[in-house]
Design a protein around this ligand. Sequence first.
Ligand code: MN
Length: 239
Amino acid sequence: MNKRDFLKTGIAGAIGLISVPALARSKNLFYSGKKEFLLPELPYAYDALEPYIDKETLMIHYSKHHAGYTAKFNAALKDLTTVPSTVREILSKASEYNAAIINNGGGYFNHKLYWKFMSPDGGGVPKGPVADAIQKDFGTFENFQEQFSTAAKKHFGSGWAWLIFQNGKLKVTITANQDNPFMDTLPEEQQGFPLLNIDVWEHAYYLKYQNRRAEYVNAFWNVVNWEFVNKRYARVAKS
Ligand code: MN
């Protein structure tokens, strides 16, 4: 288009020259040509996990904390020339990235899992393959529950308790801050494939339970989505 044509057709005509994919990119990505990690939709309503997880906590936790990690994660990735397509790829090479990417990427991914590990239809005892694996590696479900709860209750400061799959076995671990079991920066005994997590940052329970983290951890068992835990287990278990 020469200058005269541009003047004739005006701005609307000029916009018509921009390809559809370019428009789609500029709409979906705040920087062009690179991946943006999106805040996943919450799989249930804010009040769906009442009375165990209250509406206000869930709303702030998701729309402020998780949304914040998501925005900061994307902002931290902005200066990279290439961005891996999955968070797992980034976290498993955490040693190659800066603190902003690791902390916010961990926050982004840990919460993404946490929402799915809970369900209004959750709770009770697990069934299926993961129940068998729990029995094999912990003796009984109650033993596993006790180990996981104790880890979550006793962890000093912010972090997460996990059930991970490591070297063919299930194991309970704890990570500090927003660290994730995929991170190569963690000691080997904390690395593995995440099968269940619980957020023990104060923001996860303080509005309802104040300083009583133990009550929050006990309540958590009423909403654990064993179906999703089984789905994750199926990805790593040998048939
Ligand atoms: Mn949190």
